[in-house]
Write a new protein. Structure first.
Ligand code: FDM
Ligand code: MG
Length: 215
């Protein structure tokens, strides 16, 4: 099995605008990895269960206001506070499936177009976190995502803002990202990422070193 190598678990990240289907794909992937005998966990960022995550949650639910720099730093801190646990799990052979990660941090804050919070600055504060072995980018037109039962009323869940986030993702994506058309049915999408996932899980298990942001 893919877990039998001398190596580590893979870091697989799902990215995309709100309601593009990330959570569904993460669950489908976790289930299929486990069926194949791959030890795997599903995490999401922001992790709203930590002290810092609680502040982020209040901000997103509009119970607290914070300026753009302050909330950006909280999202970043919420990843850094999980760094050692991520590294430990990966080193121990557990594959991590992440529902959002540093790429969300860059895309959402850069979409605000605050001059001192551009993509370059946003990337710089992610430095030292483990790099994804695979970024699966679920690309969807914000008009379509909004039509999927509507947004839940959290901050950022507005079509105009989501369009800006999508442009930021387009700028951030590189040729290593697996970009998929997220308007397809869930099972079909899931099928389109299986091969790429298998490849990175096997490479990690075979001992390919984990990268660091922003290798
Ligand atoms: N978000 C998420 C950010 O603005 N920065 C980040 O670093 C992360 C991880 O938080 F609108 C935004 C993206 C989204 C909101 O995420 C909550 P979920 O996945 O909808 O819970
Ligand atoms: Mg959301």
């Amino acid at each position: 099995s893919a877990t039998a190598g001398p190596g580590r678990g893979a870091l697989i990240v799902f990215e995309g605008i709100d309601r593009c289907g990330k959570s569904t794909q993460c669950s489908l992937l976790l289930e299929s990895l486990r069926k194949q005998g791959v030890r795997a966990e599903l995490w999401r960022f922001p992790d709203r269960t930590t002290l810092i995550g609680g502040l982020i949650n209040e901000y997103l639910q509009k119970q607290a206001s914070l300026n753009d720099a302050a909330v950006h730093m909280l999202f970043v801190a919420n990843r850094h506070e999980k760094r050692e646990e991520m590294l430990r799990l990966l080193a121990g052979g557990t594959t991590l499936v992440l529902d959002r990660y540093s790429y969300s941090g860059v895309a959402y804050t850069a979409a605000k177009a605050v001059p001192h919070l551009g993509a370059g600055f946003c990337r710089s504060v992610e430095a030292g976190l483990p790099a994804a072995d695979l970024v699966v980018y679920l690309d969807l037109d914000p008009e379509q995502s909004a039509a999927r039962g509507g947004f839940g009323g959290e901050r950022y869940e507005k079509v105009e803002f989501q369009k800006k986030v999508r442009s930021q993702y387009a700028a951030l994506a590189d040729e290593r990202w697996l970009r998929l058309d997220a308007s397809q049915p869930a099972e079909q999408l899931h099928g389109q990422l299986a091969a790429a996932v298998r490849r990175v899980v096997e490479r990690a298990a075979a001992g390919e070193p984990l990268g660091q942001l922003w290798d």
